[in-house]
Design a binder for this molecule. Sequence first.
Ligand SMILES: [Zn+2]
Length: 333
Amino acid sequence: MTFPIVRHRRLRQSAGIRSMVRETVLTVDDFVQPIFVTYGQGIKNEISSMPGVFHFSLDQLQEEVKEIVELGIPAVLLFGIPEEKDGVGTSAFIENGIVQEATRRIKSWYPELLVIADTCLCEFTDHGHCGMVHTFERDGHVCGDVLNDESLELLVKTAVSQAQAGADIIAPSNMMDGFVQAIRSGLDEAGFSQVPIMSYSVKYASAFYGPFREAADSAPQFGERKTYQMDPANAREALREAETDVLEGADMLMVKPALAYMDIIRTLRDQFDLPIVAYNVSGEYSMVKAASAQGWINERAIVTEMLLGMKRAGADIIITYFAKDAARWLRDR
Ligand SMILES: [Zn+2]
């Protein structure tokens, strides 16, 4: 008998064989494209730390959405930058809020495109926290506690107003305890029992959100988000967070960020049968863009490998600022 008998390379010897035995395939149906909408006229401003990602005023939005639809991307995730901010984030839940207005327009242009509304308060509060804050002074510094149950009421109002505007999916991201149950009840009472909840179940307090905070103008003015977002060191806690959301009626479970948390995506995939969503966040995007601008990496190959990795880890859906690029690469392959 000659050695070796088992030759793994037999199945790698040609492109045809490799594609026949490929285990994971990216498709355009996997992607969600985030969009930042803002007030004003004629605004299409590139976010400096996120080349290729823009703030759009409502009058500039249609062209962008048209491109997304033509590429076959099934869904967008909306973030709004309001005209006015206050302590409780009123602009998040007013009828003519920026996200609500953008949703109405997008659904009137392209009824079949899914609009996912990010449901949080941090873009709309003057202090930049994701909920209502009780502030106090300690040793001359302004401090604040983010109030859980009081914030839930505001979050429910936000979700209901987004559903009323036509949002197809509500994606609560503020990491208050009980937010899925509160929003589920609120949506049901308002007649939106068919609107699914994509919960930011496992959202870590991550440095990878840096560029987003510039994009959404939502950096906390004091304190940090570690009292509600998760410690990056914890994996078992992710199971508890996800389990709670499942029991409270979540329809999809998200892990955010993605790259440094592939083990969490895999763990959730193995433990739960709900669709798993990976959020390929702003910092992950910016790092690739920066290295690519330097000519240090091949952007297309790197992005494809990253997205494939997320899917292989168990993600069914990937929210990514690369969605349009990736859709184009898949089409032109
Ligand atoms: Zn937030």
